[in-house]
Design a protein around this ligand. Structure first.
Ligand SMILES: [Ca+2]
Ligand SMILES: [Ca+2]
Ligand SMILES: [Ca+2]
Ligand SMILES: [Ca+2]
Length: 270
C-alpha cells in the first residue's frame, strides 16, 4: 500500500471508530518549528495510559496525514518525536495559531486518540521589502509637516516575531512617523521637517529599516531616493545692477594655427 492509501484507510477507520463512540479524547502538545529531528514532543503511552508492551506489539498506529511524517512514535518508550522538518510558515502561512492534528489507534481494547500539536513560531524570517530602491518625487515647494507614505515590509513570522517598527537613517530633512495598527500591521510615513531647495540639493538618499520583535531582532532595509522636483521659484537676474553705455571701436585680429583647432584673439580698443 502507498502512503496516500494508508492515510485514507486510517481516516476511514477513524470515522468508523468515532461513529461507534470509541473516540477516547484528545491530548495537546506543543513544539517549536524548525527543531531537530527526533526532538521529543511528549510521551503518548504515559499520557494516554497505554501499556508500552502494547505499542511494541505493533498494535499502536499514528496517522499523520497526507504524505508527511511530521511525528513518529518510539514504540519502545512511547515517546512522540519529530520525524521531519516542521516549517510553521509553510504549514500555516500567516495564521496566528498553527496546530497539527494527528490520530492514534490502539487495539486491545480498540480506541481512538486525537493528538493536537501546537507549532510554536520562532523568528527565522527577516522583514523583507518588495523592492530594493523606492523613488519618491517631492516638489521643492512642499510644506513643513507634509507626509509621504513609504513601502511596507513583510515578515513571514507571526506575533512578536513579525514587524514591530521602522527607523530612518540620519538626515536633515525628514522624520519618520510609525503607525502601529493594533499590532496587525505597522506602516511608516516620511514627514518633511525642513524646506527643500532643489538648487541646493537635487537628490536625498535615505535608508529605511524594518525591524521585527524577535529576540534577537531581525531587520530588512530599502533605499529611499527622494528626487527634489523643481518649481519656478527664481526670477532672472543680471550679474550687476548698473551697466554703462560705452562707445566701442573694434579691431579684430585672427591668428591661425596649424592643426585642427583655431585660436582667435580678440583685441578690443576703447
Ligand atoms: Ca520556519
Ligand atoms: Ca517562524
Ligand atoms: Ca521575523
Ligand atoms: Ca529653490
Amino acid at each position: 500500500m502507498d502512503v496516500i492509501f494508508i492515510g485514507s484507510f486510517f481516516v476511514w477507520v477513524l470515522f468508523l471508530l468515532c461513529s461507534l463512540d470509541l473516540c477516547a479524547g484528545q491530548i495537546v502538545y506543543s513544539v517549536t518549528e524548525e527543531g531537530n529531528k527526533a526532538t521529543v514532543v511528549g510521551n503518548v503511552a504515559k499520557d494516554l495510559n497505554l501499556n508500552v508492551n502494547d505499542l511494541q506489539s505493533g498494535q499502536f498506529h499514528i496517522v499523520n496525514g497526507l504524505n508527511k511524517n511530521y511525528f513518529e512514535v518510539n514504540l519502545k518508550t512511547g515517546e512522540l518525536y519529530v520525524g521531519e522538518r516542521i516549517d510553521r510558515e509553510n504549514i500555516c502561512l500567516t495564521s496566528q495559531t498553527c496546530t497539527l492534528n494527528i490520530e492514534a489507534i490502539a487495539q486491545n481494547p480498540l480506541r481512538l486518540f486525537s493528538i493536537g500539536i501546537d507549532i510554536l513560531d520562532i523568528n527565522d524570517n527577516s522583514p523583507l521589502f518588495p523592492i530594493k530602491t523606492y523613488h519618491l518625487n517631492i516638489t521643492e515647494s512642499a510644506f513643513h509637516g507634509d507626509r509621504f507614505p513609504l513601502p511596507k515590509a513583510s515578515d513571514a513570522d507571526v506575533g512578536i516575531n513579525s514587524i514591530r517598527s521602522y527607523k530612518l537613517s540620519q538626515n536633515d530633512y525628514f522624520s519618520l512617523d510609525v503607525q502601529n495598527n493594533g499590532g496587525h500591521s505597522v506602516s511608516a510615513e516620511l514627514v518633511l521637517q525642513k524646506a527643500l531647495d532643489r538648487e541646493k540639493m537635487t537628490v536625498i538618499t535615505l535608508i529605511l529599516t524594518a525591524i521585527d520583535g524577535g529576540k534577537p531582532p531581525r531587520s530588512g532595509i530599502v533605499e529611499i531616493v527622494v528626487d527634489v522636483v523643481d518649481v519656478n521659484d527664481n526670477t532672472p537676474t543680471f550679474s550687476q545692477q548698473l551697466y554703462k553705455r560705452i562707445p566701442l571701436r573694434l579691431n579684430f585680429t585672427f591668428k591661425r594655427r596649424t592643426g585642427p583647432h583655431i585660436l582667435a584673439h580678440l583685441i578690443v580698443k576703447c
